[in-house]
Ligand binder design. Structure first.
Ligand SMILES: Cc1cc2nc3c(=O)[nH]c(=O)nc-3n(C[C@H](O)[C@H](O)[C@H](O)COP(=O)(O)O)c2cc1C
Length: 212
C-alpha cells in the first residue's frame, strides 16, 4: 500500500509529518528518490554555496549500528527525566531507522564556497540555515511523493561522522529516515502522546516589536 502523490503545496505542508512508526519497509523507486534529492539540492543557500551533501545509507548493518547508538542516546535523555514525564517519554518512538529502509545523512561543509561566502561574513550560521532549507525541501518533496521522513537527532556528531566516513570539517546535520509509509498521522506524535501541544500562530506573530 502506498500513499497517493500530491502537488498542491499547501496540502503537502499540511500533510507533512515526522514519521517513526508508519514506514512500510518497501523500497523507494529510484526515479522518485532522484526527484526528492533534486528538490533538496534546489534549496536556496547563502552565497549559492550549496554547502550540503547527502549520504545514502541502505546497508542494514550500518543502519543497525546507528540504531544501537541512537538507543543509547535515547536512554541518556530518558535518564534526565523523572516521574510522569519519563513514563510519557518511554511511550514515544523516536526513530524508524531500521524500518524505513534508507537513511539520508545530510551534512554541512563550512568550507564550501571558499573563504568569502557572499552573505555569510557577519552570520556564520547562515551556512547551517541553508542546509536546513535543503532538508525541508527534501521533506516536502518526499511528502508530495507519498513518502515519509523522520528526522533523528539522538546521536553524537562524532559517532555519525565516523560511521559514514565524513571528511574533517564536514558536520552531520541530520539522519533522515526515508521510505514509503502506510499512512501519515493527522496529528504530530508528540501532541498525540501528550508530550507537548503546539503554539497558536497568533502567539508566534508579533507586530513591530516583540512585546506587541
Ligand atoms: C531539528 C529536528 C530534530 C528532530 N529530532 C527528532 C528525533 O530525534 N526523533 C524524533 O522522533 N523526532 C525528531 N524530530 C521531529 C519533531 O519531533 C517533530 O517535527 C515535531 O514533533 C512536530 O511534528 P511534525 O513534524 O509531525 O509536525 C526532529 C525535528 C527537527 C526539526
Amino acid at each position: 500500500m502506498s500513499l497517493p502523490p500530491s502537488t498542491d503545496l499547501y496540502d503537502v505542508i499540511a500533510r507533512r509529518r515526522d514519521v517513526r512508526a508508519e514506514f512500510s519497509g518497501e523500497a523507494i523507486d529510484c526515479d522518485v528518490l532522484r526527484r526528492v534529492l533534486d528538490a533538496a539540492h534546489s534549496a536556496p543557500s547563502v552565497g549559492h554555496s550549496q554547502p550540503w551533501d547527502f549520504v545514502l545509507v541502505a546497508d542494514e548493518g550500518r543502519r543497525s549500528t546507528f540504531a544501537e547508538h541512537v538507543e543509547t542516546e535515547r536512554r541518556v535523555f530518558a535518564d534526565q527525566l523523572a516521574g510522569e514525564r519519563r513514563e510519557r517519554f518511554e511511550r514515544i518512538k523516536v526513530e524508524g531507522i531500521r524500518e524505513s529502509g534508507l537513511g539520508v545523512v545530510v551534512t554541512y561543509d563550512s568550507s564550501r564556497g571558499g573563504q568569502h561566502v557572499l552573505g555569510r561574513h557577519a552570520i556564520a550560521d547562515t551556512g547551517l540555515y541553508s542546509t536546513c532549507l535543503a532538508i525541508q525541501n527534501l521533506w516536502l518533496a518526499a511528502t508530495a511523493e507519498g513518502l515519509g521522513v523522520g528526522w533523528v537527532s539522538f546521536y553524537r556528531e562524532e559517532f555519525l561522522a565516523d560511521l559514514v566516513g565524513l571528511p574533517d570539517g564536514v558536520r552531520p546535520v541530520a539522519w533522515l529516515c526515508l521510505g514509503p509509509v502506510t499512512q501519515l498521522q493527522d496529528v504530530p506524535d508528540l501532541v498525540r502522546h501528550g508530550w507537548r501541544t503546539g503554539r497558536s500562530l497568533d502567539d508566534a506573530v508579533h507586530l513591530e516589536t516583540w512585546r506587541s
